[in-house]
Design a protein around this ligand. Structure first.
Ligand code: ASP
Length: 328
């Protein structure tokens, strides 16, 4: 029988109602009361790392998870992480960058309704994640509503559907129905020794632009501590270049040694700064493209690369390269 380590980190799955609102509850002792059948899938050990609403997640939480996986890698065949849905894609992206040449499954899951609720998605999400963690899936994945996504390609698109996640720019890795249809052809494979890189920068900012926005709203950023600014631009990465042009801001930010990266407000498709003048002028001003990355992965990748390298040039050289299948 395979051995799995199930980390509990919090989120709705284990929450209980207090005074009309959901707060972290004490799930772990009772987990197998809710899903006794899981014990037939694998020999599962449960470990509570922390128990909180995932909106409180910090870099230190990613580092703790990575350190636990590194420490226990040889003792277990796979890892499942119960995590709040709100920031699950950030944690999945961070882990995918930290865990280089990951040889075993690391699957995050959670739920839209607590496991104690009668109509809950928690049981089927957990069972599916645990079962997939017994497969040969050397990926950081997100399992939700019968689908396994590459974690750094996924986005939380719905607050109130069971079908909360999607992976607009990459196919689903596995579909779980009557059978498990696993796309083994898409899976990543380790190409060297497993290692963990821990450092992140906390000086990355994401900002959504708006038609008619006064560009001088951004001026305080020029002398602020942000080392990288991800602008969620329009369509293929376009920004205003006429009235209220953002080009002077981009030029000045880049001139001050900051990275300006252009992502898209459209969830599906890739940024292409050569398609329109509104993109090419931004590229000439020194902005870089987030290509087909999710904005979440694009931002966490900057946090990660800025944590690895002091040199801005090294970050810029590495940014377009896929580190963990997060871009083409
Ligand atoms: N606020 C919760 C969290 O992310 C939502 C959830 O788990 O679905 O922790």
């Amino acid at each position: 029988m395979k051995r799995l380590l199930l980390f509990h980190t919090g989120g709705t799955l284990g929450m209980s109602p207090f005074d009309g609102e959901l707060r972290p509850g004490d799930l772990t002792k009772e987990l197998f009361r809710y899903i006794p059948e899981a014990q037939a899938l694998a020999d599962i050990e449960v470990r509570v790392l922390y128990n909180m609403d995932s909106s409180n997640v910090q870099i230190s939480n990613w580092q703790l998870l990575a350190a636990e996986i590194e420490r226990e890698l040889d003792r277990y065949d796979g890892f499942v992480i119960i995590h709040g849905t709100d920031t699950m894609v950030y944690t999945a992206s961070a882990l995918s960058f930290m865990l280089t040449n990951l040889p075993k499954p690391v699957i995050l899951t959670g739920a839209q309704r607590p496991i104690s609720a009668i109509r809950t998605d928690a049981k089927s999400n957990l069972i599916g994640a645990l079962e997939l963690a017994t497969y040969d899936v050397p990926e950081v994945g997100i399992y939700f509503d019968h689908r396994l996504f590459r974690g750094n390609r996924a986005r939380k698109l719905s607050i109130d559907d069971f079908d909360a996640f999607a992976s607009p720019n990459f196919p689903v890795l596995a579909q779980v129905g009557l059978n498990i249809e696993l796309r083994s052809d898409l899976l990543r494979r380790p190409s060297g020794l497993f290692r963990v890189n821990r450092e992140f920068s906390d000086q990355v900012l994401v900002l959504r632009i708006l038609p008619g926005m006064a560009p001088d709203l951004l001026d305080p950023l020029l002398d602020g501590p942000a080392r990288a600014i991800v602008l969620e631009a329009f369509g293929a990465g376009n920004v205003p270049i006429a009235e209220n042009s953002l080009i002077p801001f981009i030029e000045r930010a880049v001139g001050k040694g900051k990275i300006v990266a252009l992502a898209s407000q459209s969830p599906s498709g890739a940024v292409d700064l050569s398609l329109y003048e509104c993109g090419s002028r931004a590229a000439s001003a020194g902005a870089i493209s987030c290509a087909d990355m999710t904005v979440e992965a694009a931002a966490v990748k900057l946090m990660f690369l800025l944590g690895q390298f002091d040199s801005r040039d090294k970050v810029l050289r590495n940014y377009p390269l896929p580190l963990a299948g997060e871009c083409r």
